[in-house]
Design a protein around this ligand. Structure first.
Ligand code: NA7
Length: 538
């Protein structure tokens, strides 16, 4: 067992960056293997995404029964979910319970941001540095830094002169915000905007929503779980999770397997209606050709357009809220409670930024299309530097001192989304090139963490010092990821999947669209073939 030190300097078998779902499970698994592990977490608590995103209405768009760990039967049985879709506070409570239940906290250093990690060719250790002055060396480094963890606030002219309060949905004050009697602006209508807008509208005196791109959103149909549902959630969990690991998205709702193009308009409507009634992400499984064929995709658009016009009283507002000009599914569909209905309220105004772009922010409001909207507070629901943001925020250097920032200058390149050529013994949890955000994250996180744990166990058993992606295998994987993405309509949207929301970010479709089931199979085959595509140096 290597020397263990509790702070500042020392040598560990593994450093894990991040203490969300991924980092905590990684710690648990590696510790089970007898490794010494240090986890660094920038937040003042564990929970990752669910620690930071505390805005009103913050809720997971995957059902609670599916969005939980599967590795412990005891954990499953002792935790009770109260709602169909878990609210942020409940998820954070669950993750804190996990931290206590598995005694994880003693190896997690909070309030500490990793600033850099350098592979030392001579010693073959990683040197990890933090903003707290820690200098730790480790054999393995695992980046469990999250896919949506670096918030983006656009640089609007005049923002620094705004006299009121500003908030970002992903770094919401822990004590909450009271908007009573206030005129509030929300900029952004992705998932965070769509979830928070109905609740802010109920509290604020006036709410002005600044929308650049309308989104597809399906009612959640959220409700409190009754005792039978809770019992069934536990009893059927193993069977459902087994099923989920083989599906396209890692979710449990079966795909219909039907083709929109081969269905009559009546059959299509019936399927869409049924999926709409089921609520949430079930919509993705409506038709197999929806995400790959323009004509089929257009039928989903038509369905949403009709629903929005049904819900929103003013046809002009309904039209502005209707997504156009990009494929359905090209931006992650949202799951809401009363979103479209909120625009029927007298105290809510919608500003369509395509017709009236934001010109500047003044001390008292926002000027868009030549009109000033007076506001006391601005909420930025403007999203994240997704998937690569957190990795590239650190100065990660592999062989020959080569920086990851340089290696990925033209976009992220990985082997299986798990490893990067030139960066030995560094592993990514749900990295670009894996299903990640296009899947049930918990299913994908557990698969990655288990795969990484098995790999490390094997390296140690065989006395192999370094594991490194082969550049040729990486090239082939990148080509495959791109080919699969290009066989769908998804890359056509200006989404965060392709980095379009960050100026200057290379346009690459980052999640792997081959499906959670086939992807897992591929990873298992690679492992079974003595880590095919990896160089193992003894
Ligand atoms: P998203 O989905 O990236 O949404 C961000 C929103 O902010 C989106 O509507 C953007 O419009 C808008 N935005 C971004 N920059 C600007 C500027 N400069 N001006 C006006 N509007 C802007 O982030 P969320 O936090 O809502 O959700 C992220 C994920 O978390 C979500 O997909 C779920 O998986 C959970 P755009 O579409 O870029 O035109």
């Amino acid at each position: 067992m290597p020397e263990i030190s509790s702070s500042r300097t020392g040598r560990y078998d593994a450093v894990v960056v991040g203490a969300g779902f991924g980092g905590m499970y990684m710690l648990h698994r590696l510790r089970e293997q007898g490794l010494s592990v240090r986890v660094f977490e920038a937040g003042s608590g564990v929970g990752g995404t669910w620690f930071w995103n505390r805005y009103p209405g913050a809720r997971c768009d995957v059902e609670s029964v599916d969005y939980q760990f599967s590795f412990s039967e005891e954990l499953l049985r002792e935790w009770t979910w109260t709602e169909r879709y878990p609210a942020q506070a409940e998820l954070l409570a669950y993750l804190n319970h996990v931290a206590d239940r598995f005694d994880l906290r003693r190896d997690i250093q909070l309030n500490t941001r990793v600033t850099g990690a350098t592979f030392d060719e001579d010693t073959q250790f990683w040197q990890v540095e933090t903003d707290g002055g820690d200098r730790i060396s480790a054999t393995y480094v695992v980046m469990a830094t999250g896919c949506l963890s670096v918030p983006r606030t656009p640089s609007f002219t005049g923002l620094q002169d705004f006299a009121g309060a500003t908030y970002h949905t992903s770094s919401w004050p822990h004590e909450g915000v009271d908007f009573t009697g206030k005129r509030v602006a929300v900029i952004g209508t992705g998932s965070s905007g769509i979830q928070s807008i109905p609740l802010i509208a109920e509290q604020a005196e006036q709410l002005t929503v600044f929308q650049r791109t309308p989104n597809h959103s399906v009612p959640a149909g959220n409700h409190a779980l009754d005792a039978d549902e809770q019992r069934e959630g536990v009893e059927r969990f193993a069977e459902k999770r087994r099923y989920a690991t083989g599906t396209f998205t890692g979710l449990t709702l079966p795909d219909t397997g039907l083709l929109a193009n081969e269905s009559t308009p009546e059959q299509r409507d019936a399927v869409y209606e049924e999926r709409w009634r089921q609520g949430g992400l079930a919509m993705y499984g409506a038709f197999a050709d929806m995400l790959v064929d323009e004509k089929a995709n257009a039928t989903a658009h038509e369905f949403f357009s009709a629903k929005i016009h049904e819900k929103v009283a003013d046809p002009e507002v309904a039209e502005k809220l209707t997504p156009r000009g990009y494929p359905f599914g090209g931006k992650r569909i949202c799951v809401d409670t009363n979103y479209f209905e909120t625009f029927n309220r007298d105290n809510v105004t919608l500003v369509d930024l395509h017709a009236e772009p934001i010109e500047r922010i003044t001390p008292g409001g926002i000027v868009a299309g030549g009109r000033e909207h007076a506001v006391d507070a601005v909420v930025f629901a403007t999203g994240f530097d997704a998937m690569t943001g957190a990795l590239l925020a650190m100065d990660i250097r592999g062989r020959d001192g080569r920086a990851l920032q340089e290696t990925w200058a033209a976009g992220p390149r990985t082997y299986l989304g798990l490893a990067v050529a030139g960066f030995p013994n560094m592993f990514l949890v749900t990295g670009p090139g894996s299903p990640s955000v296009f899947s049930n994250m918990i299913v994908s996180i557990e698969q990655h963490v288990d795969w990484i744990t098995d790999a490390i166990e094997r390296l140690r058993a065989d006395g192999v010092r370094l594991m490194e992606a082969d550049p040729k295998a990486e090239d082939a994987w990148v080509a495959h990821v791109n080919e699969v993405a290009d066989s769908t309509l998804l890359p056509r949207a200006n989404s965060w999947y392709v980095g379009a929301n960050v100026t200057g970010k290379p346009r690459i479709f980052m999640p792997y669209l081959g499906g959670v089931g086939p992807y897992r199979q591929r990873c298992d085959e690679v492992a079974a073939q003595n880590y095919d595509g990896f160089q193992l140096v003894g």
